[in-house]
Design a protein around this ligand. Structure first.
Ligand code: PLP
Length: 398
C-alpha cells in the first residue's frame, strides 16, 4: 500500500512529549517543535493492526517475549546484516537508555572513566554522571564538513594518567553511538574495526547504541559492531530497537544483544528488578514491525531523503550562513550556525524567540556542539518548509 507522509496529523492533546510541552519547554505556544527524536507520521498499518488485534484479546496480564518475536529479531538481523545471532544473546529492555544505564552499572565502578564521542546524544553524558563515573570525551573532529574519529586521542583515553597507580580507575568501557546522533555519521567497517581493536587491546568493553541503524540515507550501509568478528562479539554489546525506525518510542520496547555469557549474567544481575519487562504492546509492535514493516520503511526512507534534499537546497540557496552537516543516517540534522556570530545563549534565544522553532541546542551534546543546532526532519514536508521559512525570516532580520 501507499503511505501518505505529506498528510499532517495533529499530535496535540495526545500527551506528546514534543507537541504538548511546547509552552512549558519554550515558554510560548507558537513555536514549531522539532527537537524530540520521534516522527510526526502514523505507524505502518501492519503494526497498528497487530496492536488492535492484541487489544481485542482484552486480557493484559504479565507477558514474556515468546519464540515468535525472538525469531523475528534473529531473522531480521540475519537478513539485514548477515549476522547470525543466538536467541539466547537477546535481552529485552523497556528502552535503550535503561539498557545503557544498567550496562554502566554492570561493567564499571563509580569513579571510572567511560569513553563517549562528543558531540553526542546528551543522555549519554548524564548516564555516565548518574552512575558516578566520569566522561572521557574522545571528541570527534570536524574535517571539511565531515566528522572523523581521533584514534590517537582514543588510545590516550586508556593510558594511565600521570601519578595514577596501575590499579587506579581508568576507562574500561566505551559507549558508541552508531549511527551517530547528532552528526549523522554511519561508521564504516574500517572505522569500527579500528575503534574495536583499541578497545579490545585495552581489555575494555564496547557498548554500541544502534537505535538509528535502519534510518539510512542513500548509499549508507550499517554494520553492527559485534558482527565484525567472534572476538568483537565477546567484547561488546549492541542495543537495537524498532522505536526510531518505525516510530514506536512510546511503546518502550528494545533489545540489547550480549553474546558473551558472563557479561550477560552480569548485565542481568545489574538490571534485575530495576529495568523491567517490555510492555506487551511493545512486543506485539516489535514483531509486526520486524516482520511486516518494510513496505512502510522503504517509503519512509524515500520521504526522509526528499526532506533532507529539500532542507539542504534551502540552506544552500537561501540561508548559506547556516551549513548543513551532510548526514549518512538518522533523521536528526546537525546545523553549523557558527557563521551567525551568536554565542550559545544568543543562538538559543534567536531560534526560540526570533525564528520560533524549537530545536535542540548544540552545546547540550558536549563542548564541540557550541554554535550548532539539531533539527528533526521526520515530519511532513509542509512542516519542514514552515520551519525553514521561519529560520530564513529570522536570519534576514539579523
Ligand atoms: C542514540 C540514542 N540512543 C537512545 C535513545 C533513546 O532510546 P530509548 O527511548 O529507547 O531509551 C535515543 C533517542 O533519541 C537516541 O538518539
Amino acid at each position: 500500500m501507499n503511505y501518505d507522509f505529506d498528510r499532517v496529523v495533529s499530535r496535540r492533546d495526545s500527551d506528546s512529549m514534543k507537541w504538548d510541552t511546547v509552552r512549558s519547554v519554550f515558554g510560548e505556544e507558537d513555536i514549531l517543535p522539532m527537537w524530540v527524536a520521534d516522527m510526526d507520521f502514523p505507524a505502518a498499518k501492519p503494526i497498528t493492526d497487530a496492536i488492535t488485534k492484541r487489544a481485542g484479546q482484552q486480557i493484559f496480564g504479565y507477558t514474556l517475549p515468546g519464540e515468535s518475536v525472538i525469531n523475528a529479531i534473529v531473522d531480521r538481523i540475519q537478513q539485514k546484516y548477515g549476522w547470525k545471532i543466538n536467541p539466547q544473546w537477546i535481552v529485552f529492555t523497556p528502552g535503550v537508555m535503561p539498557a545503557v544505564h544498567a550496562a554502566i552499572r554492570a561493567f564499571s565502578h563509580p569513579g571510572d572513566d567511560i569513553i563517549i564521542q562528543g558531540p553526542v546524544y546528551y543522555p549519554f553524558w548524564s548516564a555516565v554522571h548518574d552512575c558516578g563515573c566520569q566522561v572521557a570525551n574522545n571528541q570527534l573532529q570536524l574535517i571539511k564538513g565531515h566528522y572523523e574519529i581521533d584514534y590517537n586521542d582514543l588510545k590516550s583515553k586508556f593510558a594511565l594518567k600521570d601519578g595514577m597507580s596501575p590499579s587506579a580507575s581508568r576507562a574500561r568501557m566505551m559507549i558508541l553511538c552508531s549511527p551517530h546522533n547528532p552528526t549523522g555519521r554511519v561508521w564504516n567497517r574500517e572505522e569500527l574495526l579500528r575503534m574495536g581493536e583499541i578497545v579490545i587491546e585495552n581489555g575494555a568493553l564496547m557498548l554500541s547504541d544502534e537505535i538509528h541503524c535502519e534510518l539510512l540515507f542513500k548509499g549508507a550501509k550499517h554494520t553492527p559492531f559485534s558482527s565484525i568478528s567472534t572476538e568483537f562479539e565477546q567484547h561488546s554489546m549492541v542495543c537495537m530497537a524498532p522505536s526510531k525506525t518505525f516510530n514506536l518510542a512510546g511503546l518502550n520496547a528494545s533489545i540489547i544483544i550480549i553474546p558473551n555469557k558472563e557479561l550477560r549474567l552480569r548485565f542481568n544481575a545489574a538490571r534485575h528488578g530495576i529495568v523491567t519487562r517490555v510492555n506487551l504492546f511493545g512486543l506485539t509492535a516489535m514483531e509486526a514491525a520486524y516482520r511486516y514493516g518494510d513496505e512502510w520503511l522503504e517509503q519512509l526512507l524515500e520521504y526522509l531523503q526528499g526532506n533532507l534534499d529539500y532542507l539542504t537546497t534551502y540552506f544552500e540557496q537561501k540561508i548559506p550562513k547556516i551549513k548543513v552537516i551532510k548526514p549518512e543516517g538518522t533523521y536528526l540534522i546537525w546545523l553549523d550556525c557558527r557563521n551567525l556570530g551568536l554565542d550559545d545563549a544568543e543562538l538559543r534565544s534567536f531560534m526560540r524567540k526570533k525564528a520560533r522553532v524549537g530545536l535542540d541546542d548544540g552545546y547540550l551534546f558536549g563542548p564541540a556542539g557550541a554554535g550548532f543546532q539539531r533539527i528533526n526532519i521526520a515530519c511532513p514536508r509542509s512542516t519542514l518548509a514552515e520551519a525553514l521559512e521561519r529560520i530564513d525570516n529570522a536570519v534576514n532580520s539579523l
